[in-house]
Design a protein around this ligand. Structure first.
Ligand code: 9EZ
Length: 554
């Protein structure tokens, strides 16, 4: 016999009532106060304030000051100077969003933020034109030695032989990475008469052909290029993409540009290629270490370099400041989630159809959590969705189930951003699966948890927009049970006395029975669900009647 003695969920002061959280889900995040911790375009502040968000601007804070300040805000907006490390993230009390006004989130510890359930956002498109234009400027400078000629003039010389160049017209430009920036570089350099070829593992060749870039394998690309520019993220498959082996496959004298991320071109290999003449020149805006301590590339006569100026234009800064503010406002208003890097689950959660399924997942998780409270920790969770309408929903439903299962437990404050990470951290194995075999028309969600050697299973669905429980541990309810209000689950042996006895016990406790759901089976130990006007103070009163009891408010 196991009884969940009074540790009902509404007594948890750390998290709001489930019903309150359900409302927040419509606007998944509430942000009232934002700290901007460095110089971001003033339009960012204006837009946020225009939507009723309080804004504090404090640049040049020390780490200690920033940690102290973090307690007072639900949002943090940074550019590149603020290093948002785990200690800063963990010092935050209510932080819900970290927004970077710029492309990438290199200065944010995304894993630490994810574990705390904090959304991390960037503005992936605000820098596009500026980065593309700087790339073009470096390509042109490489062809005509403009920076070197300018330095020579400044030194009092008039050297016309030394700076003989070559036209870009008719030359081949290899563009590696055909995202937004690669595309803008291509169309601009085509206007100089360059032939643009490229490679990208994601952009389809028909799409890039539409803007004049012929795609091919890297093996085919290397030997054709007079110029190569890289526009990929930095990741294991792109680190050192241009290195000793690939320079060897290029035309002698190839010129290269990196305005993307330091390290895509191997710096030591580039230096060797410059020295041997295999590389005829390099334009570098980014470095592995910034600023680079090793100045051998920067000082090389065939290198022209900039101190990471790709996004350093008035327009890019204004666009990024505006984008991050608008993205935060859209998120708060529940209009959409753009630019988030760690909240794939939430992105799908923004479609209106998904709200009820998220509520269902959370409710099923909460029911199973209540029923197993005295037996936890659970070791394994199997989430199965059925029905074509849920074909692409398993991920966010699984996260919602884990939110329900983990809330009020020991593992932080679970939400859709961190639920799977928290489960992993506490050693819970989560399996998710969409079962297409039955081709069911209606969506169904089954959750089975293993706890202390026994298994509990709950199945639910959404009917007429309401989350309902259909089955609990093999007991199919005669009518779907609406998963809302105060619910009492009891396991008891089937008996005509059960209902009158229960009614009496509840009456004695001053609680009204609002509904009584019995399973279809009529013999043995069965699970019943009882709707209550209020949660019971003491489940112990049910002891004579039931084998297990659990209650929760949804
Ligand atoms: C990877 C890539 C390019 C590349 C480009 C982009 C995500 N991604 N990956 C390997 N946009 C060349 C080699």
């Amino acid at each position: 016999m196991s009884i969940n003695l009074g540790r009902h969920r509404t007594s948890c002061r750390r998290s709001p009532r489930r019903s309150e959280r359900a409302r927040l889900e419509m606007a998944p995040v509430s942000v009232r106060s934002v700290l901007i911790s460095e110089s971001v375009d003033p339009c960012c502040r204006q837009i946020l304030e225009g939507h009723g968000i309080r804004v504090t601007e404090k640049a040049n804070l020390s780490r200690e000051e920033l940690m102290g300040e973090m307690k007072n805000h639900d949002g943090l907006v940074v550019r590149s100077a603020t290093k948002v490390t785990a200690d800063i993230i963990n010092a935050a009390g209510n932080l819900k969003i970290i927004g970077r006004a710029g492309t990438g989130v290199d200065n944010v510890d995304v894993d630490a933020a994810t574990k705390k359930g904090i959304i991390v956002m960037n503005t992936p498109s605000g820098n596009t034109i500026s980065a593309a234009e700087l790339t073009c400027a470096l390509l042109m400078s490489l062809s005509r030695h403009v920076p070197q000629a300018a330095m020579s003039m400044r030194a009092g010389n008039w050297d016309r032989k030394k700076f003989m160049g070559a036209e870009l017209y008719g030359k081949v430009l290899g563009i590696i990475g055909l995202g937004r920036i690669g595309k803008e570089v291509a169309t601009r350099m085509q206007s100089f008469g360059m032939k643009t070829i490229g490679y990208d593992p994601i952009t389809p060749p028909e799409v890039s052909a539409g803007w004049g870039v012929e795609q091919m394998s890297l093996e085919q690309l290397w030997p054709q290029c007079d110029y190569i520019t890289v526009h990929t993220p930095l990741m294991p498959s792109t680190a050192g993409l241009l290195g000793d082996a690939t320079f060897a496959k290029c035309k002698r004298g190839v010129k290269v540009v990196n305005c993307a991320r330091g390290g895509i071109i191997d710096e030591a290999a580039l230096f060797r290629a410059l020295e041997s003449g295999q590389c005829g020149g390099a334009g570098l805006d980014v470095f592995v270490e910034e600023p680079p301590k090793d100045r051998s590339l920067v000082n090389h006569p065939n290198v022209i370099s900039c101190p990471h100026l790709g996004a350093s234009t008035k327009e890019a800064q204004a666009r990024c400041g505006q984008d991050i503010a608008l993205q935060i406002v859209d998120m708060v208003k529940g209009k959409g989630l753009v630019g988030a890097v760690n909240a794939q689950v939430l992105v799908s959660a923004f479609s209106p159809e998904s709200h009820q399924w998220i509520k269902l997942g959370e409710a099923i998780g909460a029911v199973l959590q209540s029923c197993t409270i005295s037996k936890q920790p659970f070791s394994q969770v199997q989430i199965t969705t059925r029905g074509d309408c849920l074909k692409h929903s398993t991920g966010y439903i699984a996260s919602a189930v884990m939110v329900g299962l983990l809330t009020s437990g020991s593992s932080g404050c679970p939400n859709l951003v961190n639920a799977l990470a928290l489960a992993k951290e506490s050693g819970v194995k989560v399996n998710q699966h969409h079962d297409q075999s039955e081709g069911a028309v209606h969506g169904l969600c089954d959750v089975e948890i293993s706890v202390n050697g026994s298994s509990y299973k709950a199945s639910g669905s959404v009917q007429a927009g309401v989350p309902v429980l259909l089955e609990l541990s093999g007991n199919v309810f005669r009518q779907p049970v609406s998963l809302s209000g105060n619910l009492l689950f009891i396991r008891a042996s089937a008996s005509p006395q059960l209902l009158p006895s229960l009614t009496g016990l509840l009456a004695a406790a001053g609680v009204e029975m609002e509904s009584f759901s019995a399973p279809a089976a009529r013999a043995g130990d069965l699970w019943y669900c009882v709707g209550l006007s209020a949660l019971l103070q003491d489940l112990g009163a049910l002891k004579p009647l039931v084998k297990e009891a659990a209650q929760l408010a949804i």
